[in-house]
Design a protein around this ligand. Structure first.
Ligand SMILES: Cc1cc2nc3c(=O)[nH]c(=O)nc-3n(C[C@H](O)[C@H](O)[C@H](O)COP(=O)(O)OP(=O)(O)OC[C@H]3O[C@@H](n4cnc5c(N)ncnc54)[C@H](O)[C@@H]3O)c2cc1C
Length: 399
């Protein structure tokens, strides 16, 4: 097979897949409707990078731990290569919601005994010192967490092997089809934009517009962040979370967010959403939002691509047309797939944490290289999971 792929979508998902395939010598045709990479959900000023442990160390927790470790290595490698990535490993303070949650956070640490350089519990006084502001409760301290400018990560991914990536910006793909062993991506006028043996759908919830991916239960969750004017080095100089997040000052602005509304596609900012973000900020840092007026704030709106089980979709797309929903469950390994058609999607609110590992996993699946993830997690993110008997019905009722 020719080592050539079309990637539709130049956000975190598409740029990560392109980077990992290009690193293996592949040529990429990268297509995006926008005029530059990182203009969709991946276009916020900054987002949070940290894992999310759980008492039972469930699949989501294991995937975010693996994604976080891989992302830190990847970001360091991009920085070492001199690429224009903007991020800060400031540490992330994840305050407990209430006393019960504080007990759960402490229990996780007792059970899992992470190295203190990865995670430790801090009481209210230490948390206040870290935040540079009096907080109401203690929480988890992730010293290696931080913030990332996601659009700069997309640009850095694409710049790393720039010679291997042919970009087609300002091109909306309206139609995909497979003919004579090649996938063709065409615009609304039927003009071909690119053709290749492999096609990767990294175009967020819009992937469902293409017939072979119409069965994927992807949805969009609108999120609005608020930008607060902030003097550089003013506290907090770390990321602080508590049912929301606030970042350090970046270019004179602090990000506070974010709202979360499924199937709400209003592109314009709403004053009510800025008010909601200020309420979140007050919960994180009591009194910090006192002099701020929602009507005077600016920010940004984006739509997160979401899957119903909150896990991403990474892998080969099943041939839904030949799967009878009433036949007994078949193992994922035997599920019929559409040759050469893949998806990397459904990152929800964790695209910054997952995208580098997701790109590596997808490149491994496409090229047959060893996979960067445990087998059960590879199955957990397999897009074919939504066509398993029983699972299928459950998913439909959510969509
Ligand atoms: C408000 C908000 C806050 C967030 N905070 C965090 C955070 O703190 N930490 C974290 O880890 N994650 C966070 N996320 C999530 C993260 O940003 C997303 O998971 C990630 O950006 C999704 O990347 P993507 O590449 O799948 O989608 P996108 O970035 O949306 O990229 C999809 C691309 O596909 C293109 N496209 C769509 N259809 C077509 C077509 N037909 N033809 C050509 N191009 C097409 C679009 O133009 C777009 O550029 C946040 C997201 C939002 C919205």
């Amino acid at each position: 097979m020719r080592c050539h792929a079309i990637v539709i979508g130049a956000g975190l998902a598409g740029s990560s897949a392109a980077e990992r395939l290009a690193a293996r010598g592949w040529t990429i045709d990268l297509i995006d409707a926008a005029q530059a990479p990182g203009q969709g959900a991946s276009g916020n000023l900054a987002g949070v990078l940290r894992p999310l442990p759980s008492v039972d160390d469930n699949r989501l927790a294991r995937l975010t731990r693996a994604g976080f470790a891989y992302a830190c290595e990847h970001l360091r490698a991009l920085t070492a290569a001199g690429l224009p990535l903007r991020w800060g490993q400031t540490g992330v303070l994840h305050l407990a919601r209430d006393d019960q949650h504080a007990a759960t956070q402490q229990r996780v640490i007792e059970l899992q005994q992470p190295p203190g350089s990865d995670l430790r519990w801090v009481d209210r006084d230490e948390a206040s010192q870290l935040a540079g502001w009096p907080v109401a409760i203690g929480g988890w301290w992730f010293p290696r967490g931080g913030w990332v400018d996601p659009a700069s990560l997309c640009r850095a991914n694409l710049a790393r092997h720039a010679m291997a990536v042919r970009t087609h910006y300002g091109c909306a793909v309206a139609h995909i089809e497979r003919q004579a062993d090649l996938w063709h991506a065409c615009d609304r006028a039927g003009q071909q934009i690119a053709e290749a043996p492999v096609l990767i759908l990294a175009n967020a919830a819009a992937a469902r517009c293409f017939a072979p991916a119409a069965h994927l239960p992807l949805r969009a969750a609108r999120g609005q962040v608020s930008h607060l004017p902030a003097a550089s080095a003013s506290p907090p100089t770390i990321v602080v979370c508590r049912l929301g997040y606030v970042t350090p000052a970046i270019d004179g602005l602090r990000c506070v967010g974010a709202t979360f509304a499924i199937d709400d596609d209003e592109a314009a900012q709403r004053v009510a959403d800025h008010a909601e973000n200020l309420a979140k900020l007050d919960f994180i840092l009591p009194g910090f939002a006192r002099d701020l007026s929602p009507a005077e704030l600016n920010g940004r709106v984006g739509c997160r691509p979401l899957s119903p089980d909150r896990l991403p979709m990474i892998g080969a797309i099943a041939d839904a047309a030949i799967i009878d929903p009433d036949r007994p469950r078949r193992p994922l390994a035997e599920m019929p797939r559409l040759p050469g058609l893949y998806v990397i999607n459904g990152f929800g609110a964790r695209g910054i944490v997952w995208s580098a590992l997701a790109g590596e996993l997808l490149a491994g699946l496409i090229t047959g290289a060893p996979l960067a993830l445990a087998d059960d997690l590879v199955g957990a993110v397999d897009p074919g999971r939504f066509l398993l008997r029983g699972r299928n019905r459950r998913v439909r009722s959510h969509s």
